[in-house]
Ligand binder design. Structure first.
Ligand code: FNR
Length: 183
């Protein structure tokens, strides 16, 4: 059987990003039968503008759309900025939500995880991402969410936390693709 392909959208662009390190750790320790790829180039996407989306979209947009469209699952790994998701992630979701009803996210099982150095672990960003991705057409797994507090120490050196994050990946991979009941 072929691997379940999980595409990861990382909500932080900084080189030392903890959330990027989480994504890389999950990729490197992916459970058997699951392959994880991090989507690059989110920082190259222009701000969403319907004028730019009227004809042939720019190359970075086409690439990100194609990469996500080919995935079996989408995992968002993001911190929180000012009580919501970082603009780079919001912008990516906007591009992936169009054309309306046929965007790359439509029908994709999607889960959200991430960490911030606060007691809440980015909870609001994760809730907002779930809502936005739902409106964009993804099949958001509401219960598969980890908002990990990273107040001290290296959370990725903590086996219990890494296991919890890997379990979220496994749940995402195990999700029913078409949960729509037959008419
Ligand atoms: C933050 N940070 C933050 N954290 C949080 O839990 N809630 C918040 O509302 C905010 N707001 C915020 C705004 C801006 C502009 C920045 C730069 C940062 C802190 C943020 O979670 C922290 O810097 C994370 O470590 C960023 O994640 P990466 O880059 O390490 O993945």
């Amino acid at each position: 059987m072929t691997d379940t392909r999980v595409l990861v959208l990382v909500g932080s662009l900084r080189a030392e990003s903890l959330n990027r390190r989480i994504a890389e750790t999950l990729r490197d320790r992916a459970p058997e039968g699951i392959s994880i790829e991090i989507v690059e180039g989110l920082g190259e996407l222009p701000f969403y503008n319907e004028d730019l989306d009227a004809g042939t979209a720019s190359e970075p947009v086409q690439l990100v759309r194609k990469t996500v469209a080919e995935a079996d699952r989408v995992l968002v790994v993001t911190p929180e900025y000012n009580g919501t998701m970082p603009a780079v992630l919001n912008n990516a979701i906007d591009w992936l939500s169009r054309p309306y009803g046929a965007g790359a996210l439509v029908g994709k099982p999607l889960a959200v995880i991430g960490a911030t150095p606060t007691p809440y672990g980015g909870k609001w960003a994760h809730e907002h991402t779930q809502r936005s991705a739902t409106i964009a057409g993804a099949k958001v797994l509401e219960d598969v969410v980890v908002s990990q507090s990273a107040m001290e120490g290296d959370i990725l050196a903590d086996d219990a936390i890494v296991t919890k994050l890997l379990e979220a990946v496994q749940s995402l991979a195990d999700a029913e693709v078409d949960a729509t009941p037959a008419a």
